[in-house]
Design a protein around this ligand. Structure first.
Ligand code: WTA
Length: 717
C-alpha cells in the first residue's frame, strides 16, 4: 500500500507539486478546431438511445458529444449492451436493450467485476474468421515492414486464418490447451501477432514480454505466471543490430525455478519465417551466424513444425470473463504486476475505442508504431484493427533507421491513413528538421495519434504542421495498461483539439478529479487533483495475477469507490484534461513505464552498493530521464567510474537496456529523515536544478548532504 490514510495526502501532494515535466511548463490554453473533419457517424447506437432521451440542443459536434457522453453514463448498461452487440459476433449473447441489468456485476470494493457474464465468444474468430465469412477474403489484414525499408509481407484475412490456425495447431501439438499461459518473447515479425492470435484461438493466455527485457526480467515473468511454454525466435533485428533472443531465453530458464516450469521452447527462425516462400529452407541466414543451441526434449523448431499442421483450427468458445492475456507493468514496488485482461470486455473495448477515436473505416491502413510487447501493441496493433476488419501495419524497425525519413517513407509507400506513435518518437525526429517529412507524399494521412505520455505543445505543433500539413486531426490518447484502451482523448470532427491536452473522457468512462488529500471530488473547471474513474468499464484489467490484494491496494484502496490512475491532472476552464505526471514512483521514460523501485533493487544487488535512490528529471526527447544516487559499502574498493559502469550493466541485466540510468551519482550519503527515510523530494529538486526550491528540509538528519549532492549533479550537467 503506497498511499495510506494520513500519509496518503502528503505523499501525493508533494509528488504533484514536484512533477515538472517539460510539458507542464509549456502548456498552452489554445484550442485548435478540426473542422476539416466531418463529424463521423461513429455512434449510430446513440441515435436510438438519444431519440428516447432527447438532448436539449444539438448545435455543434461538441454539444452532440456532450449529450452522447452524458447519456453513455446515465444509461451505461444500455450503452455497453448496444456497443457489445454491434461490435462483436457472439457465440452466445443473453442480453438485449430490455434485458441488460446483469450485463455488469460486482464492483470496486472487492474487485469482482464481470462484464457480459454468461456470454460466449472467441477473440481470434472475431478478429479473423468473421471477416473471411463476411466477404473480406482478399482484403489485406496485415502489412509487415521489416528492418530494411521495402522488406514487405502482406497477408489477406484468409491467409491470416490459415497461418494462425496452423500456429494454433502447432501449439496444440505441443500440449497447449485452454487456460495455459504461453510466454511470447519475440521480435516484431508477423509471427508475433499471429502467435498471440493463435493463443486466443485456443483460449490459452498469452503473456507477451517485450523483447528488450533482459533474461532476468523474462525469467521472473515466466516464473510468476508459471508458464510452461515459451515462444521465441533465434534473433531479433532492429536498426541492423542483432539481438540473440533464443540465447536470452536459455539464460532466463536457468534462473529462478524456470527449469522446472518450462516444458517447451518453441523457436522461430527469423529468416525462414519472413521468407515469402513458405517452404524456405534454412540456409545461409546472413544475419544470424548465431547458432541455435537446441536443448533436447525441450526446444522445438516452429519452422519445421508448421508445414505439418492442418491449416484450420476450430476456435474455442470462451466465457466472457475468461482471462485472455497477462501483461506485466511497473508499479511502485520492485515486483512488476501481471495485469490480467478478459476475453469479451477487452475485445469490446479495444474495438469500440479504435473505431471512435480514430474514426476507423474498413479501407483504412492503420499504422501503430508500438511493439506488441506493450499494451499499445496489444490493443492497437493487433486486436483493435483486426476486430474492426481494417488493415494493420506491423513495423519491425525504428523511426531513425536507416534515416529520419523512415516513417514518412512508409506512409507514402503504403498509403497509411491513420498513424499512431509516441511523443518521444516525434521529438526524436524534430531535430532533423521539417524538410524530412516534406520530401514525402503524406496526403494519405487523415488522423495522427499520440500515446504514452503528455505531448508537449512544441512536438504537437511539429506533428500537426510538418507531418499533418494542418489537415490531420491529432488525437492525444490517454490510457494505461490497466484500462485496456483509451480513457481520455479528443475525437476527430467532434471535440476541438488543444495541444498538450488529452481533451475529454471517452464515452462510457466516468472520469473525475479528486482532491489528493481528502479524496473528495473536485467539481467545476480550472481545478487540479488526481485522476480517477467512478464505475467499471468493460476493458479494465480484472486482477493482478496471483495477487488480488495488490490489485485492490493499488487501484481501489487509495480512494474508496474509485479506480485510481496514479496520475495527477489539471482540468482547465473549458473542462479539458491535462495530465501532469505520475504521483506514484513510476517514471515514464520514452513512453515506457519504469518503477523507481525496480531500478533501485537492481542497483543494490551490487555488493559495493549500500543504498540507492532513483528519481526522474525532464529530458528533451525521452520525456523523463533516470537519475540514480548510490552510497557504497565500507568494503568497497572500486573507483567510482568503474562502479558506475558496472551498475549500468547491472540494470541492463536485471531489467533491460531501456531502464539504464542516464546519470548515476556515487555519493557519500543520501538525504535521510531522522527516522531513516530517504527524502526523494529533495533528490528530485536537486536533479532538476531546483535546489533553491527545496522547501522544508528541517527534518533532514544531515543538512550538509544537500550541498554535496548539488556538486555531484553539477558535474554531470
Ligand atoms: C502515461 C500506455 C499523458 C500516464 C498506453 C499513464 C499519458 C501511463 C498518455 C500508462 C497521454 C499514457 N498523455 N500521459 N496521452 N498516455 N500516459 O501502462 O502516466 O504503458 O498512467 O500505457 O502513461 O502507461 P502504460
Amino acid at each position: 500500500a503506497f498511499i495510506h490514510s494520513l500519509d496518503r495526502g502528503q505523499i501525493v501532494r508533494s509528488r504533484v507539486e514536484s512533477v515538472t515535466l517539460n510539458v507542464a511548463k509549456e502548456l498552452t490554453g489554445k484550442t485548435v478546431d478540426n473542422d476539416q473533419h466531418v463529424p463521423p457517424d461513429h455512434m449510430p447506437d446513440m441515435e436510438e438511445i438519444a431519440l428516447k432521451y432527447p438532448a436539449k440542443s444539438e448545435n455543434t459536434a461538441l454539444e452532440r458529444y456532450k449529450s452522447d457522453y452524458a447519456l453513455s453514463l446515465a444509461k451505461n448498461k444500455q450503452f455497453w449492451q448496444k456497443r457489445a452487440a454491434e461490435l462483436i459476433t457472439w457465440d452466445h449473447y443473453p442480453y438485449d436493450e430490455n434485458k441488460c441489468d446483469d450485463i455488469m456485476m460486482g464492483g470496486f470494493e472487492f474487485g469482482d467485476i464481470a462484464w457480459f457474464p454468461g456470454a460466449k465468444m472467441n477473440v481470434c474468430a472475431n478478429a479473423i474468421d468473421r471477416h473471411v465469412q463476411n466477404g473480406k477474403t482478399h482484403q489485406v489484414a496485415m502489412i509487415w515492414e521489416g528492418d530494411e525499408p521495402g522488406q514487405v509481407l502482406k497477408f489477406t484475412y484468409s491467409e491470416l486464418l490459415r497461418k494462425v490456425s496452423a500456429i494454433a495447431n502447432a501449439l496444440k501439438s505441443q500440449g497447449v490447451k485452454k487456460g495455459d499461459v504461453v510466454t511470447i518473447y519475440m521480435p516484431m515479425i508477423p509471427q508475433l501477432p499471429m502467435t498471440m492470435l493463435a493463443c486466443m484461438r485456443l483460449g490459452a493466455v498469452h503473456s507477451v514480454v517485450f523483447a528488450g527485457f533482459s533474461s532476468a526480467a523474462l525469467s521472473s515473468r515466466i516464473s510468476a505466471s508459471k508458464s510452461s511454454i515459451v515462444v521465441t525466435a533465434d534473433i531479433g533485428v532492429r536498426a541492423a543490430k542483432v539481438i540473440p533472443l533464443k540465447k536470452i531465453v536459455d539464460e532466463a530458464i536457468v534462473m529462478n525455478d524456470c527449469k522446472d516450469i518450462v516444458k517447451r521452447v518453441l523457436v522461430y527462425e527469423r529468416e525462414r519465417s519472413i521468407a515469402s516462400d513458405d517452404d524456405a529452407v534454412p540456409g545461409d541466414v546472413g544475419l544470424s551466424d548465431n547458432k541455435i543451441n537446441w536443448v533436447p526434449n525441450r526446444d522445438v523448431n516452429m519452422n519445421d513444425l508448421l508445414p505439418k499442421q492442418r491449416p484450420y483450427c476450430p476456435p474455442e468458445s470462451m466465457d466472457a470473463e475468461d482471462p485472455s492475456f497477462i501483461l506485466y507493468t511497473s508499479g511502485s514496488t520492485g515486483q512488476p504486476k501481471g495485469l490480467v485482461h478478459t476475453t469479451a470486455g477487452y475485445a469490446v473495448y479495444a474495438a469500440h475505442t479504435i473505431q471512435t477515436t480514430f474514426d476507423l473505416q474498413p479501407n483504412d491502413i492503420f499504422a501503430c508504431m508500438a511493439d506488441c510487447g506493450w499494451i499499445t501493441g496489444h490493443s492497437y496493433v493487433v486486436y483493435g484493427p483486426l476486430l474492426s476488419g481494417s488493415t494493420t501495419f506491423i513495423f519491425e524497425s525504428t523511426p531513425l533507421y536507416p534515416d529520419a525519413g523512415r516513417y514518412w517513407d512508409m506512409v507514402q509507400r503504403h498509403k497509411i491513413s491513420l498513424f499512431y506513435t509516441a511523443p518521444t518518437a516525434v521529438r526524436s525526429l524534430i531535430r532533423y528538421g521539417d524538410d524530412v517529412p516534406k520530401k514525402y507524399d503524406l496526403s494519405s494521412l487523415r488522423i495522427l495519434g499520440s500515446v504514452g505520455e503528455p505531448i508537449n505543445p512544441a512536438a504537437w505543433s511539429w506533428y500537426y504542421e510538418a507531418v499533418g500539413n494542418k489537415k490531420c486531426t491529432i488525437v492525444d490518447t490517454y490510457w494505461q495498461t490497466e484500462t485496456g484502451g483509451h480513457i481520455l482523448t479528443n475525437l476527430p470532427g467532434v471535440t476541438p483539439m488543444k495541444p498538450g491536452s488529452c481533451a475529454l473522457p471517452h464515452y462510457g468512462i466516468d472520469c473525475v478529479v479528486l482532491d489528493s488529500v481528502t479524496g473528495e471530488i473536485v467539481e467545476g473547471d480550472d481545478v487540479e487533483g488526481v485522476l480517477a474513474i467512478r464505475g467499471p468499464w468493460p476493458g479494465m484489467a480484472r486482477t493482478c495475477l496471483g495477487d488480488h490484494a495488490r490489485y485492490l491496494e493499488t487501484y481501489f484502496r487509495p480512494y474508496e469507490g474509485y479506480y485510481f490512475t496514479g496520475d495527477a491532472v489539471r482540468r482547465d476552464k473549458d473542462g479539458y484534461y491535462f495530465i501532469t505526471g505520475r504521483v506514484d514512483d513510476v517514471l515514464n521514460v520514452s513512453g515506457h513505464r519504469i518503477g523507481t523501485a525496480e531500478v533501485e533493487s537492481a542497483l543494490v544487488k551490487h555488493p559495493s552498493v549500500a543504498q540507492a535512490a532513483v528519481v526522474g528529471r525532464p529530458h528533451a526527447i525521452k520525456g523523463e530521464a533516470i537519475v540514480a544516487f548510490a552510497t557504497v559499502t565500507e568494503s568497497n574498493t572500486e573507483d567510482d567510474d568503474e562502479l558506475v559502469k558496472e551498475l549500468r550493466a547491472l540494470v541492463r541485466g536485471e531489467i533491460g537496456p531501456f531502464a539504464s540510468p542516464d546519470i548515476i551519482c556515487i555519493t557519500p550519503s543520501l538525504p535521510m529523515t531522522r527516522s531513516g527515510k530517504i527524502m526523494r523530494r529533495v533528490l528530485r529538486k536537486i536533479s532538476t536544478g531546483e535546489a533553491d526550491q527545496l522547501g522544508d528540509v528541517s527534518t533532514l538528519a544531515d543538512p550538509s548532504v544537500v550541498d554535496t549532492l548539488i556538486d555531484l549533479i553539477g558535474k554531470h550537467d
